[in-house]
Design a binder for this molecule. Structure first.
Ligand code: NAD
Length: 270
């Protein structure tokens, strides 16, 4: 299936690991030019090289084009500067994956107001910033695809993840509203809501549970898997395949949606 992504310009944020990197690898493999950023230098250059190689295969030896920068998505000037540099080098951005690290775990009694504000800046304000920087250009050019990574916490509260369970539904509300504004200009905006997937973020959650309970990593995996009808955690590349479809030419009539990839974990009917 030709996804129609060859020669498109993509910005994938928070992409030195996990979902962001998996999406960037698949975009490069489809012939897109890919710009990535992540909070620190750690793993960033290695990710850029892996993405170049993925693009190289597509172009039969010619290097895939990749731009990588260490920056924090909550930093207004750094984010604006990166978008300006991408546009200066490649022209407008066609595909945007809005992604960032998740807010910390905690219950209502544990969290203070500073943590609420930081979670707002990391999860909602950074999504607003990225869309403000990229969406107007897409609308002017008459084509664009925006996908926001949220979580199953959009659909139901997740134990101990209060900040995510409050901020992520707001991100999807942003998706829903931007879909109305983007639609007449050929821009689709969708959310994806992952359940448990095997990324370093989930490895950190597992390690915390092992430390707190004294059980083993396998015990934690077995306990979580037992709640998932498909009986296992997802792979980042499975979530990436969904994102790529939503970015493809063929998904042009899907907008404002929140598509879940959770192995059946959420039990609601809608
Ligand atoms: P990960 O820890 O594997 O990768 C996170 C990436 O984000 C890294 O590249 C890191 O450098 C970058 N990053 C973190 N904070 C940043 C910031 N402020 N600015 C720039 N870059 C930043 O995580 P992941 O599993 O790929 O998670 C991505 C998002 O998906 C997170 O918001 C996470 O909460 C959410 N999520 C993950 C799962 C899961 O099962 N993995 C499930 C639901 C939601």
């Amino acid at each position: 299936m030709d996804l129609g992504l060859k020669g498109k310009t993509a910005l994938v944020t928070a992409a030195s690991r996990g979902f962001g990197k998996a999406v960037a690898l698949q975009l490069a493999a489809e012939g897109a030019r890919v710009a990535i950023c992540a909070r620190g230098e750690n793993d960033l250059e290695e990710a850029a090289e892996d993405i170049r190689v993925s693009g190289k295969k597509f172009y039969g030896g010619a290097a895939g084009e990749v731009l990588a920068r260490a920056l924090d998505v909550t930093d207004d000037a750094a984010m604006a500067g990166f978008v300006a540099d991408i546009e200066g080098r490649w022209g407008g951005i066609d595909l945007l994956l809005v992604n960032a690290g998740g807010p910390p775990a905690g219950t209502f009694s544990e969290l203070d107001l500073n943590q609420w504000e930081a979670a707002y800046r990391l999860t909602l304000e950074s999504a607003v910033r990225m869309c403000r920087l990229v969406m107007p250009g897409m609308m002017t050019r008459g084509w664009g695809r925006i996908v926001q990574i949220t979580s199953v916490s959009v659909l139901q509260p997740v134990e101990n993840l209060l900040l995510s369970s409050v901020m992520r539904p707001a991100v999807h509300a942003l998706t829903r509203n931007l879909a109305l504004e983007g639609g007449p200009h050929g821009v689709t905006v969708n959310s994806v809501a992952p359940g448990y997937h095997t990324t370093s973020a989930v490895e950190r959650l597992i390690a915390k549970k092992v430390e707190q309970t004294g059980c083993t990593r396998d015990d934690v995996l077995a306990e979580w898997s037992a709640e998932i009808p498909l009986g296992r955690l997802g792979k980042p590349e499975e979530l990436a395949a969904l994102v790529l479809f939503l970015m493809s030419a063929g998904s042009g009539y899907i907008t404002g949606q929140c598509i879940v990839s959770d192995g059946g974990w959420v039990k609601g009917t809608f």
